[in-house]
Design a protein around this ligand. Structure first.
Ligand code: OAK
Length: 828
């Protein structure tokens, strides 16, 4: 028998097709109360989920028992967002049961793809940061690291998007209206947390001062556990999401004093906390409810961690920092720092220095953006109202920081103090959550090399002077299980054949595929797969938009949140340039191209919504213009989400990664698209730089200003109208937007874009990068004409991006930040 090493888990027993069939039918009967003859697809899906869960729960029990017995150090990932998507095929793949399930369902007369479509996306996140969290928990389980994700069990995830006359309409997302088969409610682990009220200063018999917080409201947190199945099904970790409820205890008082209506109102207010995900991506909402959301989940999670710790250590805190490390996913959970201080100082009666020492050993902070509008700040007055004790603690953290650190390095330098203070002064003083996160953490990281450099040089240079070793980089990654194996089964099968089957957990294996980049037979196989994936996407497009697209055209894809810095409007200007060339030169020679967009705009982000509207209006005009002769098609896919990404990414020829240099922290869509054989058109920004290093300059179309160019141009004074007057093509296109050409009878409807680029000063340098972008696109057109050349470039993209697995990111976090040990799970 093969022996297993310490870090290698015992493999799980796999079910065969017959067993799976029996289990599914048994659940149709026993769990769903129906029969094979009359079960709806929804019932089939649920019965199959229940059958899968039998395996999942075995793994979960084994994992939890093993971690408990071995008393492992664990990572606690704190994130307001987890963009999980669907779990059905993911869990089957990770359990190694996908093929058996497909066959079992087939033999029962069901198509697995139809069942997959019964599942709503679990869209508890906005974009990059939330999807990264989902990839990370997949990798943590796969690599057998003890870890738990903590977050909020939102009743409504990210809104559903549709278009009405080209404009974005938002509808609520009720993802668990009929229940969610993947989650387990754990009433035995409910927590209670406090908000509002006031702080009293009291003195004990020895004359020692104590602070007593008299809360104004108590709220109950109910945990829902979602098992996270590692690939090969060895470790099954947990994502624990808190749902808010009114506290029974508190309402009973109100009720008894005759306040029935007040009690009901307080119930509603308590339940509002976990009602809805804020739909802003990289803008600070600054709302009271958002602060309460942050505190609610952080406080529930810390209490949960401490309860577990005390089970084995009692009141002895000396091992706490050995057992617990907490990663703050951006500053959103940073209120965990004063909360842990409150628990240690006020409740456990620990000395401040000792408590602070512990805090600084437990927390680590990841920064995910440099955009000023995303850097969280909370008005001090809001803190005073909602968390009156925490604001006192923050003041004390700040006082000591300024006296013991800042004033020691820069004695008497008040300007430095003002800049570094956790409290921003002014008529409405603010708590700077980034500063608090850096001061309270033992490590701070950015998410790509360039971004981590900019975090140090542009965001926190003085903090680096104070703590040079605190700062590090961990370049993002994506899970190849979801983003290649599950979403692109054809390419996966080819890779299995050419490089072996280990690539899902050892993505560098893909480099062996480079040896076939010049092999005509493999090139044909690769391109045939891309063609099939494109044909499949074409039918999805037809179904969702009624637009016909030609699978032989270049599929040029930009999928990400809509934001000016991501420059969907630069892409649009290029489309307009091509359209204009066609109108001016009817035989204009270009490879037919389909431009596909997927993006949600934050509901309050006016210009982002105008850009969506403009793309839709221009799409409508171009798609119906006979003179275009199908050389250009433009499609805006409604309701872009994880599930749609899984259909678009395998079909992409070209990946648009065109942010202004210095603005996109990393990007992860760029990695998914390259992995699936798309050629990137991109700026030297975020992880594009590292992708370019890996794939080589022949296999990527880099354009535009670099970070240094951007800084130099802005220092010199950028004047966008110079480009408008100097480049007749730019001028013609922008002027076109002001006419009623795309919005008949309504001139000026698309003028917002022109205004932002001229009067608005073009803050993201769209016009400065336009000419070089057009050139890069011409290069793509040229490359694509040579089928062999293109196949080689596309294949080399797949072969070269092994670095960007989230498994590598996790190993980097483990060695640079978390210091965890792998833990093989014993199967009982
Ligand atoms: C969202 C809200 C606030 C701050 C940052 C974000 C966010 O999603 N940032 C994105 O994080 C991704 C994961 O690290 C990066 O790949 C993106 O570049 C970054 O914009």
């Amino acid at each position: 028998m093969k022996k297993h090493t310490a870090t290698e888990a015992t493999p799980v027993a796999r079910l065969n097709t017959e067993q799976l069939k029996d289990n599914i039918v048994r659940h149709l009967h026993a769990s769903l109360g129906t029969d094979v003859n009359k079960a709806s697809p929804q019932a089939w899906w649920r019965a199959t989920c229940a059958a899968i869960n039998e395996q999942v729960f075995d793994g979960l029990r084994n994992t939890q028992r093993t971690h408990y017995e071995k008393n492992t150090r664990a990572l606690h990932y704190f994130s307001l967002e987890y963009l999980m998507g669907r779990l059905f095929s993911n869990n089957l793949h990770n359990l190694g049961l996908y093929d058996q399930a497909r066959q079992a369902l087939g033999e029962l007369g069901m198509n697995i793809a139809d069942l997959e479509d019964q599942e709503e996306d679990m869209a508890l996140g906005n974009g990059g940061l939330g999807r990264l969290a989902a990839c990370f928990i997949d990798s943590l389980a796969t690599l057998n690291y003890p870890a738990i994700g903590y977050g909020i069990h939102y009743e409504h995830g990210l809104f559903k998007q549709s278009f009405q006359d080209g404009r974005q309409i938002e509808r609520p997302d009720s993802w668990r209206e009929y229940g969610n088969p993947w989650e387990i409610c754990r009433p035995e682990s409910v927590q209670e947390i406090s908000v509002y009220g006031y702080v009293e200063t009291v003195y004990d018999l020895q004359g020692r001062m104590k602070k007593v917080w008299h809360p104004g409201r108590i709220i109950k947190g109910v945990p829902w556990d979602i098992p996270v199945v590692g690939y090969n099904g060895s470790s099954v970790n947990v994502l624990r999401l808190w749902e808010s409820r009114a506290s029974d205890f508190f309402n009973w008082d109100v009720f008894n004093s005759g306040g029935y209506i007040d009690a009901a109102r307080e119930n509603i207010e308590a339940e509002t906390i976990s009602k809805v995900l804020y739909p802003n991506d990289e803008t600070d909402a600054g709302k009271e409810l958002r602060l309460i959301q942050q505190y609610f989940f952080v406080s529930c999670s810390l209490k949960d961690i401490i309860r577990r710790y005390k089970r084995s250590h009692g009141d002895d805190w000396s091992d706490f920092a050995k057992q617990v490390v907490i990663q703050l996913n951006d500053t959103h959970p940073a209120v965990a720092i004063p909360e842990l201080m409150r628990i240690l100082v006020d409740r456990a009666e620990m000395q401040w220095d000792q408590a602070w020492n512990l805090c600084q050993q437990v927390f680590a902070y990841t920064n995910h953006t440099l955009l000023p509008e995303a850097l969280e700040k909370w008005p001090v007055r809001l803190f005073e109202k909602v968390l009156p004790r925490h604001i006192e603690i923050i003041y004390e953290i700040n006082r000591r920081f300024l006296v013991e650190q800042v004033d020691v390095l820069w004695p008497g330098d008040n300007q430095k103090k003002r800049k570094l203070s956790i409290i921003e002064e002014g008529h409405d003083p603010m708590v700077r959550m980034g500063h608090l996160s850096v001061v309270g953490s033992f490590r701070v990281n950015g998410v790509a090399e360039i971004h981590s450099t900019l975090v140090k040089s542009d965001l926190f240079p003085e903090m680096v002077a104070l703590w040079p070793d605190k700062f590090t980089n961990v370049t993002n990654g994506v899970t190849p299980r979801r983003w290649l194996k599950a979403c692109n089964p054809r390419l996966s099968a080819l890779l299995d054949k050419q490089v072996g089957t280990n690539w899902p957990t050892d993505l560098k294996q893909l480099s062996k595929f480079a040896a076939f980049a010049d092999d005509p037979a493999i090139q044909d196989a690769f391109m045939a797969i891309k063609q099939q994936n494109k044909a499949e996407l074409a039918s999805v497009v037809k179904k969702l938009t009624n637009i016909d697209i030609d699978p032989h055209a270049i599929f040029d894809i930009q999928i990400k949140r809509l934001h000016e810095y991501k420059r969907q409007h630069l892409n649009l200007l290029h489309i307009l340039a091509l359209y204009r060339r066609i109108l001016q030169e009817p035989d204009y020679d270009m490879v037919p191209r389909v431009f596909l967009f997927g993006a949600k705009a934050a509901p309050g982000y006016k210009l982002a919504k105008e850009i969506i509207y403009a793309i839709n209006k221009i799409a409508d005009k171009i798609n119906h213009d006979k003179r275009v002769k199908n050389r250009i098609k433009v499609v805006f896919m409604p309701n872009y989400r994880v599930t749609l990404a899984e259909k678009m990414i395998p079909a992409a020829d070209v990946s648009e990664q065109i942010s202004t240099a210095g603005k996109e922290a990393s990007g992860t869509g760029n990695m998914k698209l390259a992995l699936n054989g798309a050629v990137t058109v991109g700026t030297l920004d975020g992880a594009n730089i590292e992708i370019a290093e890996e794939v080589g300059s022949d296999n990527i179309a880099i354009f535009g200003l670099t970070v240094d160019d951007v800084k130099a141009l802005q220092a010199k004074g950028y004047n966008s109208s110079d480009y408008y007057y100097a480049d007749p093509e730019i001028k013609a296109i922008l002027d076109w937007l002001e006419t009623d050409y795309f919005t008949p009878g309504k001139p000026g409807e698309l003028a917002a874009i022109k205004r932002s680029l001229l009067e608005g000063g073009d803050p993201y340098l769209v016009l400065a990068d336009f000419a070089s972008y057009v050139k890069a696109q011409e290069k793509i057109d040229l490359w694509y004409r040579d089928k062999t050349l293109w196949a080689k470039k596309a294949m080399l993209n797949t072969a070269s991006v092994g670095k960007f697995t989230s498994d590598r990111s996790i190993e980097d976090y483990v060695s640079r930040v978390w210091q965890l040990q792998k833990c093989a799970v014993n199967v009982k």
